[in-house]
Design a protein around this ligand. Structure first.
Ligand SMILES: Cc1cc2nc3c(=O)[nH]c(=O)nc-3n(C[C@H](O)[C@H](O)[C@H](O)COP(=O)(O)OP(=O)(O)OC[C@H]3O[C@@H](n4cnc5c(N)ncnc54)[C@H](O)[C@@H]3O)c2cc1C
Length: 441
């Protein structure tokens, strides 16, 4: 008899979840666990939290869907309000677990915690399976140490590789354990937000189905740079980030669309963007903590500073640049921002405001509904010029970008991007700042 623990993380789905399928096939009893870490809800190193209201709402919805899909197969979802390593440790000690399964994770902290558990419980088998990316690590034509330094080199080596077909969800699952202590009643409250996304595998699959039933994929390349518009880009990212859908499922539907409807530059570009996502995942795995280092994965020195007032004004959408303000307000209200909007906001943060890029990345981490550690920190490094970019960073001309992408100020008006105060309330002439009753010399 094999008792297994399946730890859900960024794979909140039953279909195309090879890790779960393996656990299901090889276990007599199965505990399905998801941990909501209390630390996510407290401000961390860069003043921001790991999770904000939008993603928490989306995650909660995703967990509810997962729970009902498991219930339909006579299984349960154990949700613990504690850190994952702690919960795994307690369950191993209490239930004579033989095997712990999870999907492969590129995050450094997640990997470190997993390695520690392996060392601590040498009598338990720890099994990781790739479910988040298009390829398995063993399929890559290079070892991780030799991952190409640029996306283009990476893409050229992998773009013609066959991508595995997605797997169907298991019909039956092993029996659950009885007498488990659920702590989901202590979870933080859900705030209602303006987010246009609903979490969960069912919603995610129906979104992909709908997208590929329209003309949007055939025009993707022409529209993907727009600042707003539901069909301008795929909007797959929130479901992909939580693993409610897989990149392989999208690829299968894309290929079907290409066979049944049309193949053109736009449809090819969807795969191109999924390969960007893929590249950032392998970069994160290769570079570990360097993903969060100020000098980035290539150890490039970069002059930057931190002004609390500028940071706060950027977060609130109150800078001298209306286009950036509109982006920041959209992000705060909905948890989503187009790729173009993210690039402009990040470029402004780094180049116009001269701030340390890590604070911006951390703010995005809290706000984004589709936050993914590898894509977020990797893209920020790219724009800051310390990441996977041979050209050394990106500085967008905000006036030109506004003219190009918001010619009639529709987007700026929609989000009321107008600045209400000057950027800095204190400048060199005001220095030193004295209390009101002290006269300057
Ligand atoms: C500063 C900054 C931070 C970002 N943070 C994140 C993040 O935390 N999570 C995230 O998923 N994406 C992030 N991106 C990438 C990109 O902006 C989003 O993936 C995209 O806007 C999501 O919308 P979509 O699904 O409509 O994308 P589409 O344009 O339709 O692209 C299809 C899919 O390809 C992938 N993709 C597209 N562009 C990129 C890219 N540049 N990098 C990685 N994957 C990409 C996504 O999975 C996306 O869902 C960031 C980009 C920037 C510039």
């Amino acid at each position: 008899m094999t008792t297994s623990l399946f730890v859900f993380s960024n794979d909140l789905r039953l279909s195309d979840n090879r890790a779960l399928l393996e656990a299901a096939q090889q276990s007599t009893r199965l505990i399905c666990l998801f941990c909501v870490d209390p630390a996510w809800f407290r401000p961390a190193r860069y003043y921001s939290k790991s999770i904000g209201a939008h993603r928490w709402q989306f995650l909660h919805q995703s967990l509810k869907t997962l729970e009902s899909e498991l219930n339909a197969r006579h299984q349960t979802l154990l949700i613990r309000f504690q850190s994952q390593p702690q919960a795994i440790e307690q369950l191993i000690n209490a239930h004579a677990i033989n095997v712990v399964y999870r999907s492969h994770n590129s995050g450094f902290r997640e990997r470190q915690a997993w390695e520690k558990l392996k060392q601590r419980f040498s009598h338990v088998a720890f099994r990781e399976v790739t479910t988040f990316t298009l390829f398995d690590q063993s399929q890559l034509p290079f070892t991780l140490d030799h991952l190409p330094d640029t996306f283009t080199q990476f893409r050229k080596q992998v773009e013609n590789f066959p991508i595995s077909e997605p797997l169907v969800a298991p019909d039956i699952l092993p029996r659950p354990m009885t007498g488990l202590n659920h702590t989901s009643d202590r979870l933080p409250p859900i705030a209602s937000t303006e987010s246009p996304f609903t979490g969960g595998e069912i919603e995610g699959l129906s979104h992909i189905n709908h997208y590929f039933s329209t003309q949007a994929p055939a025009n993707y390349k022409e529209t993907r740079n727009e600042l707003s518009g539901w069909e301008c880009s795929t909007h797959f990212s929130p479901w992909l980030a939580q693993g409610c859908i897989s990149a392989r499922q999208i690829n299968a539907d894309l290929k079907r669309y290409e066979t049944e409807v049309t193949t053109n530059e736009s449809t090819a570009w969807i795969l191109f963007e999924l390969l960007w996502r893929e590249y950032f995942q392998w970069c994160a795995l290769k570079h570990g903590t360097k993903l969060f280092a100020p000098c980035g994965i290539h150890n490039k020195k970069k002059r930057c500073c931190f002004y609390a007032e500028r940071f706060q004004k950027w977060c609130a959408g109150n800078t001298p640049w209306p286009i950036v303000n509109a982006c920041m307000k959209e992000l705060k209200a909905t948890g989503y921002l187009s790729n173009r909007g993210r690039q402009l906001a990040a470029s402004c943060f780094i180049n116009e405001l001269g701030l340390d890029w890590r604070y911006g990345a951390a703010w995005f981490e809290e706000q984004l509904i589709d936050y993914d550690v590898a894509s977020n920190w990797g893209n920020w490094q790219y724009i800051a010029g310390v990441g996977a970019d041979p050209r050394g960073g990106r500085h967008f001309d905000l006036a030109k970008q506004t003219q190009l992408y918001d010619t009639n100020s529709r987007y700026i008006n929609q989000w009321q991007g107008y600045p209400t105060s000057p950027l800095d309330s204190v400048d060199a002439a005001d220095w030193p700042i004295l209390p009101p009753d002290v006269k300057s010399p």
